[in-house]
Design a protein around this ligand. Structure first.
Ligand SMILES: NC(=O)c1ccc[n+]([C@@H]2O[C@H](COP(=O)([O-])OP(=O)(O)OC[C@H]3O[C@@H](n4cnc5c(N)ncnc54)[C@H](O)[C@@H]3O)[C@@H](O)[C@H]2O)c1
Length: 282
């Protein structure tokens, strides 16, 4: 476990952290952990989120400039990367912690999606990783050799969680883009990975109908329980550090063992109790 003083794992490294909205956000916790480990970074989020959120407090606490960027706008991404280049020159890490589904927000069923919203889900939650990598590596060449890029994903990319609707598809695309880019950036020793985080109580997480049920189920199935946003932040620090320099094109489950466990003793006992109650009623 990291000490509260940090271990200097990211000393001298610079980066961009996308997606910190409020103090529950995974990106917010990653920013605090990166600061603790000695990194310097730019914080970025959509202009609307900057107005609604509390990013200024985080910016002060971590001495990090804030640069607005709506990742659905190619122009915004281009400008952000140019601004980062002006401030920092080259950088070493990028965190993509961006996800949004207008269909889920508007309670559209998967079998009755609004296709304009569907495009937005894919664009904001997945294709944005491609755009960021395109402008950061191909156009403005701001990522140092040996750099590390992490995007946050969810197991819905492999197995369908009905309430996660079109975000299942967005995460599958996100993970594929990470692999596709990772295979190309290997020549510069730049790593691209996704971290598949277990359910976490954040603004995006709790916006999903039935999230409490998914959270509890995962908590009971995972041998280690659900990972917190701070746990995820420590894993991101490890992935940004040189200690993981040979890891790329991976989808790394950070889920307390959920993805490999079939059933748990606790769930068996809960189900047995439930069925015996049912028997009692019939
Ligand atoms: N919370 C969970 O259970 C969970 C589990 C696995 C993966 N994730 C992923 O973690 C990442 C971070 O989510 P979170 O749970 O911390 O929630 P969050 O709501 O705090 O973060 C989502 C962020 O995406 C930003 N965003 C949305 N549209 C944008 C746009 N057009 N341009 C730029 N930014 C935009 C939001 O402003 C917000 O900061 C997401 O990719 C999410 O899918 C979350």
């Amino acid at each position: 476990m990291s000490s509260s003083q940090g271990n200097g794992l990211l000393k001298g490294k610079k980066g961009i952290i996308f997606g910190a909205l409020d103090e529950r956000s995974i990106a917010w916790r990653v920013a605090l952990a990166c600061h603790r480990e000695g990194a310097e970074f730019v914080l970025s989020n959509a202009p609307i989120a900057l107005r609604l959120g509390q990013l200024n407090g985080l910016s002060e606490a971590t001495n990090a400039p804030v640069i607005p960027c709506d990742v659905s706008s190619e122009e915004d991404v281009d400008k952000l990367i140019q601004d980062v280049k002006e401030k920092f020159g080259k950088i070493d890490f990028i965190l993509h912690a961006i996800g949004m589904s207008p269909n889920i927000r508007k309670k559209k069923e998967y079998t009755d999606l609004d296709y304009r919203f569907f495009q937005q889900s894919l664009d904001i939650s997945a294709i944005s990783l491609h755009k960021i990598l395109h402008y950061a590596t191909e156009v403005h060449d701001i990522v140092n050799d040996g750099g590390s890029v992490v995007a946050l994903s969810y197991i819905g990319a492999q197995r369908i969680f009905s309430k996660y609707s079109d975000m299942n598809d967005a995460k599958a695309l996100l993970e594929s883009i990470a692999r596709n880019y990772g295979s190309r950036l290997g020549a510069k020793k730049i790593r691209v990975n996704t971290i598949s985080q277990g359910p976490t109580m954040t603004s995006a997480g709790s916006g999903i109908k039935g999230f409490d049920g998914m959270f509890l189920f995962a908590e009971k199935l995972s041998p280690l329980g659900n990972p917190s946003a701070d746990d995820c932040a420590d894993y991101c620090v490890a992935m940004f550090s040189d200690l993981t320099r040979m890891v790329t094109m991976q989808n790394l489950f950070h889920d307390g063992g959920f993805s490999s466990n079939g059933i748990s003793e606790e769930l068996i006992s809960d189900l047995a109790k439930m069925y015996s109650q049912d028997d009692g009623l019939s």
